[in-house]
Design a protein around this ligand. Structure first.
Ligand SMILES: [Mg+2]
Ligand SMILES: [Zn+2]
Length: 218
């Protein structure tokens, strides 16, 4: 949460990390966008936390159980792990006001656009929210990100709708891979700035940062 905390990329799951599907609940429903993997690997190598934040009102609606959600998510985790990507956290909101499971049919602080999942993840992982990003395919994703204090990118694949209006002033990308590429370039640029400031702060004659050591800063 602090200024020297880590940068994170918060990712919506359904329609952002995996192909859109109506209430996906089985492993076969969750098909990863393969082109995101190289970007996730590079972000992970830079020390950026990768955290999924996903609304799962299907649980409150009685469409699938908490256990089924966990099993389906485990299949995504395993697929990513097989490609070398380890998610640092997965946060889900099981609530919905119009659900059929009484205990979950409540107004909560975690269902996006509420920022609760991002705030909880930030506290648990020591995230600097202002250096972090939220990427999602719904206006509620970017609204949650803004309310948490993150920078946001709306993934907008359709060409027909007014993306700028839906984005609430966020950046808009045509794919999740494009969004992740932008985040990577921004973080790399910020890393260069940090390295340059540190070089300047060294007294003459002291060894500066060797070329190539900027990787990992920021
Ligand atoms: Mg989505
Ligand atoms: Zn919730």
């Amino acid at each position: 949460m602090t200024a020297d905390g880590r940068a994170a990329v918060f990712l919506d799951r359904d329609g952002t990390l995996t192909h859109p599907r109506h209430y996906p609940s089985r492993p076969a429903d969750l098909v990863l966008y393969d082109d995101v993997v190289p970007f996730l690997l590079r972000l992970q190598r830079r020390g950026v936390l990768l955290i999924v934040v996903t609304n799962q009102s299907g649980i409150a609606r009685g469409l699938f159980s908490e256990h089924e959600f966990e099993a389906a998510q485990a299949s995504v985790d395993q697929r990513l792990a097989g490609l070398g990507v380890r998610l640092d956290g997965v946060y889900h909101c099981p609530h919905h006001l119009e659900g059929s499971v009484p205990a979950l049919s409540v107004r909560c602080s975690c269902r996006k656009p509420e920022p609760g999942m991002l705030m909880r993840a930030a506290a648990q992982h020591g995230v600097d929210l202002r250096r972090s990003w939220m990427i999602g395919d719904a206006p509620t994703d970017v609204e949650a990100g803004h309310r948490a204090g993150c920078r946001c990118i709306l993934v907008h694949r359709a060409q027909d709708v007014d993306a700028a209006a839906a984005s609430g002033g966020s950046l808009v990308a045509a794919s999740t891979a494009e969004a992740l590429g932008h985040v990577l370039r921004m973080l790399e640029a910020e890393g260069e700035v940090v390295a340059a400031v540190r070089r300047t702060a060294l007294a003459p004659g002291e060894a500066g940062l060797a070329p190539g050591t900027t990787e990992g800063l920021g």
